[in-house]
Design a protein around this ligand. Structure first.
Ligand code: C5P
Length: 231
């Protein structure tokens, strides 16, 4: 059995600014998408057999050519994404083969530098029987719930909060069921599973799995890449 990876990469990255869609912005001379795919391929225990990438409409051929050299030995498909992240994931999920896949990963292109150990931890937990798995890190800020006027409603206990990352891993039929239901307002795929009452397991994430969102994140990504190249 092997793993399929869905990479939603169809966002325009408005908070990042710049000309190119976010996933095509470069760090160290290569796109965030290339870094993300290379990271998944490096997770040998995950046994990645299939990649489905959702990209902005019109960039499919260019992305296919860009990624082909990094997907040797795996089946690569590129599909036009949708207006929301869940639309992009759903479009990609339709292309994931039904047979021979025991784990589907959904991984944001923008979390391009997630360490191999995190990817392998997620896949191992799915293979051990968890239907839905998310990498998580402790929250360092105090988080407050506010109303529409910005007034604080309450302060959840920080010890009970975690920030979740990707790749998120799923038993394939669970992810299909999750996306067959109501997806409005969902900011990740685990949330869709929660709506079905499916238990979601956390595993240890990593600070290096940060999401490139704002311009300063590109500087952090350049630094991280340089550190990795040095060591
Ligand atoms: O916007 P945000 O940073 O939360 O996006 C997370 C991931 O989802 C990014 O990799 C982005 O390219 C992807 N995305 C997508 N389709 C959209 C919006 C975001 O594939 N319509």
């Amino acid at each position: 059995m092997s793993t399929a990876a869905i990479i939603p990469a169809a966002g325009f990255g408005l908070r990042l600014g710049g000309e190119a869609p976010k996933a095509l912005r470069e760090v160290g001379g290569e796109s965030l998408l290339v870094h993300a795919v290379r990271g998944l391929k490096a997770a040998t225990a995950a046994d990645l057999a299939c990649f489905v990438i959702a990209v902005p409409a019109g960039t499919e051929d260019m992305v296919l050519k860009q990624l082909e050299p990094y997907c040797e030995g795996a089946h690569l498909q590129v599909v036009a994404g949708g207006s929301e992240r869940t639309d992009s994931v759903r479009a990609a999920l339709e292309l994931v083969p039904v047979d021979g896949i025991d784990c589907v990963l959904v991984h944001d292109a923008a979390r391009s530098f997630v360490p191999v150990e995190v990817i392998e931890r997620v896949v191992a937990a799915v293979r051990a029987g968890a239907p839905a798995v998310v990498p998580a890190v402790p929250v360092t800020d105090t988080i407050k719930r506010v109303d529409r006027d910005g007034r604080v409603v309450d302060t959840p206990d920080r010890a009970a909060l975690v920030a979740v990352q990707t790749p998120q891993g799923f038993e394939p039929s669970v992810l299909r069921r999750a996306h067959a239901g109501e997806v409005a307002g969902a900011t990740d795929d685990a949330m869709l599973c929660e709506r079905l009452g499916v238990p979601v397991q956390t595993v240890e994430g990593s600070e290096d799995a940060f999401k490139v969102t704002r311009p300063r994140d590109l500087l952090l990504a350049e630094w991280l890449l340089a550190e990795r190249t040095r060591s």
